[in-house]
Structures are given as C-alpha cells and as structure tokens.
Write a protein that binds this ligand. Structure first.
Ligand SMILES: *Cc1c(COP(=O)(O)O)cnc(C)c1O
Length: 225
C-alpha cells in the first residue's frame, strides 16, 4: 500500500463513519500526523491531495516547514509545549491542539507574527484515562477557556484529547462522549466552539461517532514509526 492508497482508504473510512453515525458529510477533517516520517513521505501525501499535517516536536516541524516551503501545507502542532518554544510554534503552525495553560496561550498570542492570521487553538483536556500527563482537568477547563477566549491573535476553536489505548469500541465511545460533553458545556456557557480534535488510527470510528471534527491519523497513513 502506498501513502496515496492509505490516504484514500482513510478518506473512505471517514466518509463511511460519517454516514454510519449520522454525521454531516464532510464534517470530519483528516489531519495527517507526519511525526518521525521524512519529508519525502509528506510530499507523497501532498500529491494525494492532503494539505493538513500534524507534528509533535517543534524542531522537527520547523525543519520540515522550511524544506516544504511553498507547498501549501497547513501545519498543526499537536505535541507537548515548552514555553521557550512558543515563538517557533507561533511562526509556523496555524493550529495548536495541545494548549493546556494560560501561560502558553498568552505567549502564542503575543508572539504570533503581525502579518499572520490568528492561530487556531484547541485546549487539551485530561479526561480519565488520558494517555499523557498533559492537559487541563475538566474542573479547570471553564476558567482556562474564559481566560484564553479574549486574547488577541489566537482563536479558541475547541477541545483535543488523547485517551489511553482501549480496544473496546463501546469504551472508546464513552471516553470521547466525555470530551464532547465538556465541549457542549462550554458552548452552553456562550463559548463559540466548532472543533473536536479526537481520534487516532485505532479509535477513529468511535471518535467520529461521538462528534470528532478533526481526526489525527499517523500510522494508517505513513506506517509504523
Ligand atoms: C502520534 C499522534 C497521533 C497519531 O497517532 P496514530 O496512532 O499513529 O494514528 C495523533 N495525535 C497525537 C497527539 C499524536 O502524538
């Protein structure tokens, strides 16, 4: 299977899941997670029509962005954020999915280049069973959202989650449903949010069933890392 074949297959899985779970056609977007894969693989994905790419490591994203300048890629940063790296992130990424503190959001807000569009932000939530230690707790989420929503230069779009690996579809759905409920709660408080970044290679269908609008897929496109 080539990268082109894989992207086509994932696209078909996304469309099938949208239809199967009563989602609007085209409401789920594919983010190709290219971490630890070479720019040659990214070029193959571009030729297959993919434009949105996600990276976890700042240095790697910046180097790839330089190599692939003028290729039309929209970069999404999805990894843990150290505060001394925010300037590089702000200069390269149009989306940051892994914001979990006011400090990081303020730095992105201040460091966004003046001529660049607002950076789209998702707050990473640490739901029960979160695989990493990152993320804001559900209790602290409303206060964090309130502090971030008014900052210039960034736009709060929604939530992101990385549940711990789980093979049972029903259990996968239960965790994603928690994330969706947190989002709905914020919306009911007046936040205008339209993005749920959730679902990876092994839990994509469950995430789509529970309202994902961006699925972050690495292995099923580029192979094992
Ligand atoms: C690596 C990674 C992915 C992609 O995971 P796959 O299982 O390879 O599809 C998605 N999101 C985040 C935050 C990641 O670090």
């Amino acid at each position: 299977m080539t990268i082109r074949d894989n992207i086509q297959t994932i696209g078909e899985r996304i469309r099938a899941a949208e239809q199967g779970f009563g989602r609007e056609p085209g409401s789920v977007h594919l983010l190709a997670v290219s971490k630890k894969h070479p720019t040659a693989s990214i070029r193959e994905a571009i030729l297959a029509g993919q434009t949105q790419f996600g990276e976890n490591y700042v240095q790697e994203m910046v180097e790839k962005a330089a190599e692939l300048a003028n290729s039309g890629i929209v970069w999404h940063f999805i990894g843990p954020i150290q505060s001394n790296k925010t300037r590089l992130i702000a200069a390269t990424a149009r989306w940051v999915h892994s914001v979990d503190s006011v400090k990081i959001a303020k730095r992105l807000s201040e460091q966004k280049p003046a001529d660049a569009p607002d950076i789209n932000i998702c707050l990473q939530v640490n739901i029960s069973g979160e695989a990493s230690k990152s993320g804001v707790t559900p209790e602290d989420l409303p206060e964090l959202a309130a502090q971030i929503a008014t900052l210039p230069g960034i736009r709060l779009r929604g939530l992101m989650a990385i549940p711990a690996p789980e093979h049972d579809f029903t259990k996968q759905c239960a965790v994603f449903a928690q994330v969706r409920a947190l989002q709905e709660n914020l919306v009911s408080q007046g936040f205008s949010l339209d993005t749920l970044s959730m679902g990876m290679t092994d839990d994509m269908e469950a995430a789509i069933a529970e309202g994902a609008t961006i699925v972050r897929i690495g292995t099923a496109i580029f192979g094992a890392r």
